[in-house]
Design a protein around this ligand. Structure first.
Ligand code: IPE
Length: 267
């Protein structure tokens, strides 16, 4: 049987926490945005597209709220059992809401637990993750995973959805990485001045500040990540997840969609 992970039709879609939650209001879902995303993915499903989508979502004001409250970060720290449990619980609640919104538009998904998808070093897709992805595609399911709290005997750290995207691009031939956000793309600075930059040629085109609850880096870290992904051969797009079916059009491979692109060097 041919390998559904090797046929060049893989897109990773990261639903940013800033899109699916109200990022400056603790534990608050952005229902309108989530419904808009689900509606577009429902249309994508019905379009008969051969594209295979791996979904990843962030933590927004769910995971980041508790991570910040308890001092968790991307580096390993000691944390209380309560800190770990509450942060994970918030992510699972958010995840369930994302699942429900997708299911209501007949986007059938299979949760791949974040702890299943990466290997122990968080540097490559695990063997289990690979098997689970293949099983999803063979059963017509869109795999979905999310940023999480990594607990091991030395300490606790936050694994961002963005890191999962990077590891996927290192391990699989990801054609397209789409970051769905609450704004139209990347602007020159965090005050969203000027118009959206259609194509980024250097990480220095952007300078930013972090959001209130964000423990994993903010937009400048995402732009830098975008360049690393492009170096791996993945075309990267930052797009508004809510407006004008831009997300749907990008997944369907349409060009000239209002967004910011980072194109792999060889293209
Ligand atoms: C964060 O994931 C996960 C937790 C805080 C547990 P991300 O860092 O990918 O979340 P967003 O997209 O920036 O909100």
């Amino acid at each position: 049987m041919n390998d559904p992970l090797g046929d060049g039709d893989l897109t990773v879609l990261k639903l940013g926490g800033s899109l699916i939650t109200h990022k400056d209001r603790a534990l608050s879902i952005n229902k309108t945005a989530l419904e808009a995303v689900a509606k577009q993915l429902g249309k994508w499903r019905r379009s008969g597209s051969v594209e295979k989508l791996i979904l990843v979502h962030g933590g927004g004001s769910f995971g980041h709220y508790y991570a910040k409250k308890y001092g968790l970060s991307t580096s390993s720290v000691k944390a209380s059992a309560e800190a770990i449990s509450k942060t994970t619980q918030a992510m699972l609640e958010l995840h369930n809401k994302v699942r429900s919104a997708l299911e209501s538009k007949k986007v059938h998904v299979e949760t791949i637990l974040p702890s299943e998808i990466l290997d122990d070093r968080k540097a490559a897709l695990s063997e289990l993750g690979r098997k689970r992805l293949i099983a999803c595609f063979r059963n017509g399911l869109a795999p979905i995973t999310f940023g999480y709290v990594n607990v091991n005997s030395d300490g606790v750290s936050i694994i961002s959805g963005d890191l999962i995207c990077e590891v996927l691009a290192k391990s699989l031939p990801i054609k397209r990485q789409i970051f769905a956000m609450d704004v139209d793309g990347i602007f020159r600075n965090a005050r969203l001045e000027g118009s959206v930059i259609p194509r980024l040629f250097s990480p220095n085109q952007y300078s930013s500040s972090k959001g209130r609850f964000d423990v994993t880096g903010g937009v400048s870290a995402k732009v830098e990540l975008g360049f690393r992904l492009a170096d791996l051969g993945t075309a990267v797009y930052f797009v508004n997840g809510r407006s004008d079916e831009r997300l749907l059009k990008l997944i369907l491979g349409q060009k000239d969609i209002r967004s910011t692109a980072i194109v792999p060097p060889k293209n």
